[in-house]
Design a protein around this ligand. Sequence first.
Ligand code: PLP
Length: 367
Amino acid sequence: MVVKFSERVAGIEISGIRKIFEAAGPGSINLGLGQPDFDTPQHIKDAAITALQEGKTGYTPGNGIPELRAAISKKLWRENGIKYHPDQVLVTAGASEALHIVMQALVNPGDRVLCPDPGFVSYASLATIACGTPVSVPLTETLHIDLEKAKALMDGAKIFVLNSPANPTGAVEDKESIRAIVEYAADKGVTVVSDEVYEHFIYGKKHYSAALFGDNVITINATSKTYAMTGWRLGYLAASPEIVGQCLKVHQYCQACATSISQYAAVAAYEGDQSAVATMRDEYQARRDLIWGGLVKMGFDFPKPEGAFYAFVPMKPALTQKIIAGGVIAVPGPAFGVNAPEYTRFSYATSRQNIMTALERIEKLVQ
Ligand SMILES: Cc1ncc(COP(=O)(O)O)c(C=O)c1O
């Protein structure tokens, strides 16, 4: 039997990043991965072990256990200065699920979803899966959102996806840019979906949550990057009660609830000692300096990454292929949209030793 798949799913590509890993030879240094190389802090693991031992292994309330929603509400006030009642928090299976259910709850067929391009691989695909039309928002030379071009696209759009600090560029938007986007979007009736998963990994600048500047914002975040918990699949969205109510319906039917054990661990993450986050931040900054300094010395000209753990480097595709074949895994720009055909993303979520070896290999290839 020939199965006729839905056009919206058949028409999207499997993530370009997977293909690179498959093409890499043995002994390659992996600068392709977008996940922390640190282990989850022990006190968070201990909370999960306790939850398991206490038999907290059943379904939880669909929107998340009350103690976690309270902890997230407190975190959003303490760290971000934004007030969300615990009932305005919906706990999800990572930021990925939060992005998915927001698109499902808001997007009607053909609705325009403005996505940074280059941007995180999921935004445009999730918009397409929701039957929306993803629209590329171009970046400036310094890889920040091009405000004027963004504003020009806003008329009649449904969602503006904001991601600061950004994957794959490492750019951090200024307070005034974020304010301008949120206020302009409010004027045009556009909802801003603010993906803040890298908020703690910023090297010099300050993070501003989009929700500081308007109530037309859905805040999305996760334990994944902040606490080195990518495999625990635990994130959340925070929004108006109306939005949370609609998103909860999608969440209940596709997910039921986030993993119970991960929810108890996340309470420990948000309420416990935060020193591991600062330690990881400092290490990422040292690695950022190492990789940026090394590549600039070789003649690559690009802005110093301001946050997240990526260097987004202008580079001809032929050289990118040579580098991958030469034993350094990196992700070519086209994986992140249509606007960066001649860029390559290097992740520095790996040891300084690996970064130094990778730089040595690259140097030999560019000579
Ligand atoms: C910008 C951005 N948002 C969301 C995610 C997904 O996060 P999670 O693992 O919590 O689903 C990633 C993962 O790489 C990301 O880079």
